[in-house]
Write a protein that binds this ligand. Sequence first.
Ligand SMILES: C[S@@+](CC[C@H](N)C(=O)[O-])C[C@H]1O[C@@H](n2cnc3c(N)ncnc32)[C@H](O)[C@@H]1O
Length: 245
Amino acid sequence: MPRRAPKKPPKELDLSAHFLVLADDPLFGQETGIRTTALDPRELFPTGVAGAPVELEVGSGKGLFLTHASAAAPDRLFLGVEISHGYARMTAGRLAAANAANARIIAGDGNLLVRNLFPDACLQGIHVYFPDPWWKARHRKRRVLSDMFLAHAGRVLVPGGLLHVWTDVEEYFEEAMAAAAAAGVFAPPAEVAERLPEHDLDYRTHFERRTRLAGQPVWRAALERTSAPARVSRVEFHIAPPAGQ
Ligand SMILES: C[S@@+](CC[C@H](N)C(=O)[O-])C[C@H]1O[C@@H](n2cnc3c(N)ncnc32)[C@H](O)[C@@H]1O
């Protein structure tokens, strides 16, 4: 299904407390563009709320999940990462308009956060809703739910933390469940029941809304992180190597 251009937030809305850009932010090395040390996601929130558990959403799209979840659980911190700058900005606009003190969105690649920047056991939850299926064989490597992503998802989750996966693509779902099992750090997936929406925007995400309104099925799972040791280590990464090197 084609996507419309993301809506721009009103110019007068201050996004500074909700919008981060991966390569520009001082946390990622303002002068060099290089960050080799781990980034604790709590550093991205004001100090007053820094002790709270953090949940990450990869591919936040228009930001419905982050907006609803952060309002429903003010004692938790919600961080989104969205590779499309325009959608990340749109989500930041929603969070700013809702005055959400416990939610932020980063414009950038979720793989970078999960595989290269986050330390072990720093997240209470990871949410991946309706990830792009990348149908063509030569584009498959762009899928978010890769073997490597799932191994690192296990690394960055605390024991007892949950990985939530929802999609309308059965084959992608089955592949992701097999890769999660192979990571060796998740309990078998728990079924997640479908619930009836109480109003027009009472869906987990925009893609859930449009899939269900089109009468199509959704595959859902919640996978609990066990106490098994992670099988991968964080890999240092240069986000934006300085020009000429
Ligand atoms: C099909 S949309 C689903 C959006 C939203 N989760 C929903 O359910 O409405 C997939 C989203 O993931 C984003 N995305 C794709 N690859 C990504 C990556 N590596 N890191 C962060 N976001 C990514 C896309 O830009 C897009 O907004």
